[in-house]
Design a protein around this ligand. Structure first.
Ligand code: SAM
Length: 179
């Protein structure tokens, strides 16, 4: 099941028209910042077997209140047991705004969610972080680091590496159950 803005689904349907999905694919149009339509979708799809939710690249586009609302709404459905999120650090927003702010604004988009508490943000909305990985360190580990990143890492002192390490994180969350 794939959820995105309805217009994005239409675009994907156009460009992927000739490609057959390799699994059963259900697309749902939803604006995750609209609580009513978000809840309607989760009520519809959140009744099945234990489910992993994956929001790759999505949360940074939402306001903090919408991420908290989404987390709370997901946690209200026992079927949503696991959730993989990626989060960025506040410094990443500053950097992105400088480098790509105008292009994003021209496309009607902006990056907004960058919790100062990092993965601990999710603890107050029903989700515990069970595994956290730095996207930068994962790229290094898998030898998939862009040349620029590799040069930056090599040219900067170790104290700068903490900033790079925390710039983007993948987090495996587990829905908190009472008791
Ligand atoms: C960086 S892309 C990630 C794409 C995704 N990983 C995929 O494979 O399709 C960010 C996605 O977030 C979606 N998005 C941004 N704001 C949204 C919102 N309010 N409701 C639903 N989707 C949203 C965008 O339309 C876009 O498809």
């Amino acid at each position: 099941m794939e959820a995105d803005l309805a217009g994005v689904h239409e675009h994907k349907a156009d460009v992927l028209d000739a490609v057959a999905p390799r699994c059963r694919l259900e697309r749902h149009g939803v604006d995750l910042s609209d609580p009513a339509s978000r809840r309607q979708l989760l009520d519809q799809v959140g009744t099945g077997p234990p489910t992993l939710v994956l929001t790759e690249g999505v949360l940074p586009y939402l306001a903090e209140a919408d991420v908290a609302g989404l987390a709370t709404d997901l946690a209200a459905h026992p079927a949503f047991r696991w959730w993989v999120v990626d989060i960025v650090a506040p410094g990443f927003l500053t950097l992105t705004d400088r480098v790509a702010g105008r292009r994003l604004a021209a496309a009607g988009a902006s990056l907004r969610f960058a919790p100062t508490q990092g993965p601990a943000f999710f603890a107050r909305v029903g989700w515990d972080a069970t595994e956290v990985r730095s996207s930068w360190l994962e790229q290094r580990r898998l030898d998939r680091e862009p040349t620029l990143f590799r040069a930056l890492w090599t040219a900067t002192p170790p104290r700068a590496h903490r900033f790079y390490r925390d710039m983007g994180q993948f987090v495996l969350l587990r829905r908190r159950t009472d008791g």
